[in-house]
Design a protein around this ligand. Sequence first.
Ligand code: DGL
Length: 249
Amino acid sequence: MKTAPIGVFDSGVGGISVLRELVALLPGENYLYFGDSANAPYGEKTTEEVRALTLRAAEMLFDRGAKALVVACNTATSAAIHILREKYPEKIIIGIEPALKVATDRFPTGHIGIMATAVTLREEKLAHQLERFPQVAVEKIGAPGLVELIERGKADSPETEALLRNILAPYVGKLDALVLGCTHYPFVKDTIGKILGEKTQLLDGGAGTARQTKRCLEQAGLLNPGPGSVIFENSATHMLELSQKLLGI
Ligand code: DGL
């Protein structure tokens, strides 16, 4: 049914950076956003734990009638997208991926960084993606503690800036592009830009994921003309106010 919601899922509030892009591109859709903040961060868990949590969230969203699922979490995509597609072969499932293709197209012989969670950096999915661009030097950059600060509503705090300065110090002036490989990171994009300077382009997969969602719904004849709506749900109910604020509309 066209009016059925698009389920959007993340380990917490990070996927709202993708939801923003979805709402901008497809304002007529009804969105049911589920953030699993009670279990965040996913990025430090075992692959099996991330799989189990992702399957549970997907089941909940499909039970609630979602016509499509957007996995707005790079960590969950890395660990579980193939399992979701096996379990729900008939369903429309879109998983966000790091914007490496854009980065390597723009800088085919350049120096690129990918900042992501421990799970995303160690999973095979990223290794396979990187194999396609052997000519590009890619730095893998972890950011322990960053997702927790963003979940606590501290994206714009001095504490977050200090953590980012520490993480990014070795890369200042060295990267052509930094791929933001976790959906929480667009919320600290300005601070990252301030630290790395104008020479480094910051890229994320949010807009590409929204375009892919539009293509899939179009093909299935499931685009909703509107009016649209957004419903937030979170396994930690105190996160709903921050969720509204981050969506910013
Ligand atoms: N937002 C998630 C991602 O895109 C992960 C954050 C977490 O560690 O829970 O990877």
